[in-house]
Design a protein around this ligand. Structure first.
Ligand code: 5GP
Length: 212
């Protein structure tokens, strides 16, 4: 039996290249109740990215205006570019009882904690080794060599933040890691406080006993 419930704000964070985007896509593709939060960014679009699907690509003045007008739930500068989460879509989906998946960094996670901690479940993905992390960044081959070095240095700093997350997964195998995140989500949906009609359901069960 499924009760009406509050949506889960599922945050998946990791250093670039640890596999978070692949895990997010796999989760999203398999479950109609999961909606992606599509961020705005001032970063240049990569060739395989689609505007409105991977990001909303915007210029810096538009970003600043959205930030000033309170249209972003959180925002951060990452690798020299601005990123932010549009508020309206998140609020609509949560109200509809859908879960939302966020691919944001630790700065954004800490900002969301301030107002939404009870709705959030956060997962930090680590690469199995730096050799593997570098290989994944190079396979992606969309960033220049200088950018890859910068991302590795940022990965080092980003890893300091693992203790701010509820769960940590070392991503050796995409399928196994996706399954682990799915298990976390399934458990989170069953948290008592997310299930909205439990009291009346239990009362109803009790009254059935009383009338036996
Ligand atoms: P990329 O440029 O590789 O797509 O993303 C770089 C980093 O920015 C990743 O760690 C990603 O999680 C983070 N990021 C993407 N969108 C947002 C956002 O809306 N807010 C924050 N705080 N970080 C984001």
């Amino acid at each position: 039996m499924e009760f009406q419930r509050r949506g889960v704000m599922l945050v998946i964070a990791s250093p670039s290249g640890a596999g978070k985007s692949s895990i997010s896509r796999a989760l999203f593709g398999a479950d109609p109740n999961i909606k992606l939060s599509v961020s705005v960014t001032t970063r240049a679009r990569r060739t395989d990215e689609v505007d409105g699907k991977h990001y909303h690509f915007i210029d810096v003045p538009t970003f600043k205006r959205m930030q000033a007008d309170g249209e972003l739930l959180e925002s951060a500068e990452v690798h020299g570019n601005f990123y932010g989460t549009p508020r309206a879509h998140v609020e609509e989906q949560l109200a509809a009882g859908n879960d939302i998946l966020f691919d944001i960094d630790y700065q954004g996670t800490l900002q969301l904690y301030r107002n939404s901690r009870k709705d959030m479940v956060t997962v930090f993905i680590l690469p199995p080794s730096i050799k593997e992390l570098r290989a994944r960044l190079e396979r992606r081959a969309q960033d220049s060599v200088g950018t890859i070095e910068k991302r590795l240095q940022n990965a080092r700093d980003e890893m300091d933040h693992f203790h701010e997350y509820d769960y940590v997964i070392v991503n050796e195998d995409l399928e196994a890691s996706t399954q682990r995140v799915r298990s976390i989500l399934v458990s989170s949906r069953l948290e008592r406080d997310r299930q909205l009609n439990l009291s009346s359901f239990v009362k109803d069960l009790q009254s059935q006993i009383d009338s036996l």
